[in-house]
Design a protein around this ligand. Structure first.
Ligand SMILES: NC(=O)c1ccc[n+]([C@@H]2O[C@H](COP(=O)([O-])OP(=O)(O)OC[C@H]3O[C@@H](n4cnc5c(N)ncnc54)[C@H](O)[C@@H]3O)[C@@H](O)[C@H]2O)c1
Length: 470
């Protein structure tokens, strides 16, 4: 009895001692809460693994490709890339053999290209990755397959291009970073909105100082997916959203503004807060389609991010309610403003615009948008150098108005010329990790969540965002 009493007293003293030593609250989630901030792990770099910041590999004059996932997105990707010189298609893979055959017939035979090897079934993609005649594996599957496929491909010596979002959790983001660093392979997320003509022109204008210092930016994915829910193979997208709160599709809004704000090229995203509405429409669709009574993803999710330099980014997600398509894309600078939806326009101070571009300065007014004619001449004058030569062809080939083709063209161009890619694995991780970070904030009533530093301290080593050219 005496012994039991002594043990209980000891346990009490120990628990008081432990709780007074630390403010940490260990949750059963993948994060801890420290000083009212949610913190995800930042595992140390293991020995032998080195940074892939500005990674450049030997030029690959003819890029040999294999494709995994030939649904709505993947089939079009094969078709687009067949318009790029210096590419060979070696293998096609989809879960469903009929999708492989359809692309073989439509693109490969249709263009008289050498026939591709065909893979299908749950694990056919492994055989594709194991081939020794492929340089680049291009992945367009559902989200949960992205990381296992990208990791396996890199471990088999391949460079990887993977659709958005590249990863579905912080842990998966670290896997991509670690394996890219271990294998010294490229892992580029295919964030096509970075190549939209308006976004590219704004990036160029921002880099030339037309907006002064950009202090706030906005981006979003607001797209009512009601007509599309039935089209995703195996219902993967609604199924994922049913299980996951947070901004599960953040990269179209975030990618282009991170390039303007030089994220991990002089600034970094420090923390975010996120709030979501209840799920009304999402739940209704899921009830009908899946027979479930719960739906984790709120109809509208709003997130505010603060960068190390104190700038702010607003990111929104809504794929459920009737609204015009909107990626927001807005830049607020000390000297000007850019806005894409619903009206593409600029507000500028006249002294910042060279007079050979806009002869009539009376038309500039920092209370409203510049007139359309001036907007149009700015769009020509500040057309981004990477889009100039390829714009016409891109518009002809298509893919969201041409931006998808510019993205593919740049990926192949950089590989052919041994240049760093436009988006590295740290971009893929930083932009994709929003899914789990926002879910954690929402789960804790909008508590701030620290961004893991996927560069492990190197975020300030590159001086500003640039597209590499030979
Ligand atoms: N960047 C953009 O603008 C954009 C637009 C649409 C979709 N996407 C992305 O593209 C990806 C695919 O989307 P989608 O709309 O084409 O979906 P989808 O359902 O039409 O296609 C997914 C394909 O992956 C295949 N697949 C599933 N498991 C597989 C496996 N184990 N092995 C091989 N293939 C497998 C499916 O059979 C299907 O054909 C997603 O990541 C999505 O977010 C991006």
């Amino acid at each position: 009895m005496k012994k039991r009493h002594l043990l209980a007293t000891l346990a009490l003293v120990l628990s008081i001692f432990v709780s007074s030593c630390s403010t940490d609250v260990k949750s059963d989630a993948a994060y801890t809460i420290k000083d009212n901030m949610i913190v995800f792990p930042e595992p140390a770099r293991v020995e032998g693994q080195k940074s892939v910041l500005q990674l450049a590999v030997d030029p690959i004059p003819v890029v040999r490709m294999g494709f995994i996932g030939l649904g709505m997105r993947g089939a079009d990707a094969v078709n687009r890339i067949s318009n790029i010189e210096g590419v060979e298609f070696k293998a096609l893979c989809d879960l469903l053999p009929e999708r492989v055959e359809a692309v073989q017939d439509w693109v490969i035979k249709g263009k008289n290209l050498p026939e591709c090897a065909e893979y299908s079934g749950e694990e056919g993609w492994k055989q594709l990755c194991e081939r020794d005649d492929i340089d680049l594996v291009y992945i367009c599957t559902d989200w949960v397959n992205h990381v296992p496929m990208a990791v396996y491909a890199m471990q088999h010596g391949k460079h990887v291009a993977v659709e958005v979002p590249a990863a579905t959790s912080v842990e998966e983001c670290w896997q991509l970073v670690d394996v890219a660093e271990q294998t010294q392979r490229h892992c580029m997320m295919l964030e096509n909105c970075c190549y939209d003509f308006f976004e590219l022109t704004c990036l160029n204008m921002a880099q030339q100082g037309l907006f002064g210092e950009v202090i706030h930016a906005q981006g979003a994915y607001i797209h009512n997916l009601e007509p599309f829910w039935n089209e995703y193979q195996g219902n993967w997208r609604l199924d994922f959203n049913q299980k996951h709160a947070g901004d599960v599709y953040p990269t179209h809004g975030l990618g282009p503004v991170c390039q303007v704000l030089d994220i991990h090229r002089g600034d970094k995203m420090d923390y975010l807060v996120s709030l979501a509405t209840p799920s009304i429409n999402g739940l209704k669709i899921a009830k009908e389609k899946m027979g479930v009574d719960t739906f984790a993803n709120g109809d509208m999710t709003s997130t505010l991010i603060q960068t190390n330099k104190g700038k702010t980014i607003l990111i929104q997600h809504n794929v459920y309610t009737p609204r015009p398509y909107d990626r927001l894309y807005q830049l607020t600078g000390t000297e000007g403003f850019a806005n894409k939806y619903p009206y593409q326009g600029f507000t500028l101070k006249e002294e910042n615009v060279p007079s050979d571009i806009i002869p009539d300065h009376e038309n500039l007014d920092s209370h409203g948008f510049v007139p359309n004619a001036i907007r149009d001449s700015l769009m020509v004058a500040y057309k981004h150098p990477i889009a100039k030569d390829i714009e016409e062809k891109a518009k002809r080939v298509g893919g969201h108005g041409g931006m998808d083709f510019i993205m593919d063209y740049r990926l192949i161009y950089c590989l052919q010329n041994g240049l760093p890619l436009d988006q590295d694995v740290y971009d893929a991780a930083e932009w994709s990790c929003l899914g789990e970070l926002t879910a954690a904030s929402i789960e804790n009533k909008g508590m701030p969540v620290m961004f893991p530093d996927f560069t492990r301290g190197d975020w300030n080593k590159v001086d500003g965002y640039k597209h590499a050219v030979k």
